[in-house]
Design a protein around this ligand. Structure first.
Ligand code: SAM
Length: 282
């Protein structure tokens, strides 16, 4: 029974440049019985480019609940399927989680055919530390929630990576600058592998000026990377302890000023830490 089961292949596709599909991906897309695509119309272009004629069917995590069960049934019945998304690697801010999870639970082999992903492509050209990084995907759409979330990341020391959309890129940079400080280093990687590809490095303030200089720069697909916070000279736990004592008696701002005097640390850093402790949204 086990032998007759199909396999679910999770196949990465190009971010923009159609030539970035791997030879193994082409082989697998040709060999499988069905391709599960996020948007069949969008993926048709890629399949036509490679003359792949495997039938496609739409897959979303929000498809009716029965859809996953149906696909699992087909896999159990012996069909092999390849899951693709519009661009990059499925499940990385793209559909597929429910299906892959269900396939594992049903004992169906799940095999990766790796390839492009915007987060990795962007980090590889940003020139920021990449030995450790935090992938945050898309920030919350609502400004208060976004700011609150950024507040919780203000003291993160690893490189931060965000996906961003054109209508929010400018506002997000504003929020980052307010919360992380306008001097924090960041990188915008835009339209990777496409005609208008660019990688712009600078402080948050400089990047805002760059986007404002020519508003057409605010169009396209973005990965936004932000340098991690420089570590405090003393253990963060100690800074938190002192701030929490001071905040019982005074405002966040005053507590940060006094703590900075006591500890010989940056007032700005301590202010951000104090704000994070208080969870003030704006
Ligand atoms: N699954 C994809 C991956 O592996 O990267 C991500 C899909 S997510 C829905 C789409 C977001 O990825 C875009 O809003 C943008 O932030 C980022 N992205 C995708 N293609 C990109 C590109 N060519 N250049 C820069 N960012 C890109």
């Amino acid at each position: 029974m086990q032998k007759d089961q199909g396999t679910l292949y999770v196949v990465a596709t190009p971010l923009g440049n159609l030539d970035d599909l791997s030879p193994r991906a082409v082989r697998q897309l040709n060999a499988c019985d069905r391709i599960l695509a996020e948007d069949t119309r969008h993926s048709r272009k890629l399949l036509e480019y490679y003359a792949i004629t495997t039938p496609m069917q739409a897959y979303h995590d929000f498809n009716e609940a029965g859809k996953v069960t149906m696909i699992i049934g087909q896999l159990q019945g012996g069909l092999s399927m390849a899951l693709i998304s519009d661009a990059g690697t499925p499940l990385i801010n793209d559909p597929g989680f429910k299906l892959v999870n269900a396939a594992h639970k049903a004992g169906i082999p799940v095999v990766t055919v790796p390839g492009p992903s915007a987060v990795i492509a962007a980090l590889s050209v940003a020139g920021l530390p990449t030995d450790r990084f935090v992938f945050e995907g898309f920030l919350p759409d609502k400004r208060v929630a976004r700011k609150r979330h950024l507040q919780s990341l203000a003291n993160e020391q690893r490189t931060l990576v965000f996906y961003e959309v054109p209508h929010r890129i400018r506002a997000t940079l504003d929020d980052l600058s307010t919360i992380f400080g306008r001097e924090r280093k960041a990188v915008i990687a835009k339209e990777l592998t496409k005609q208008h590809e660019s990688v712009r490095r600078g402080t948050l303030e400089e990047l805002i000026a760059w986007l404002d200089e020519d508003t057409s720069r605010q169009k396209g697909e973005f990965v936004l990377m932000v340098s991690g916070a420089t570590p405090l000279g003393i253990p963060e736990q100690e800074a938190r302890r002192i701030l929490s004592i001071l905040m019982r008696e005074m405002s966040v701002k005053q507590a940060a000023t006094v703590a900075a005097d006591i500890l010989g640390e940056s007032k700005n850093r301590l202010y951000k830490l104090a704000l994070e402790m208080k969870e003030i949204p704006d």
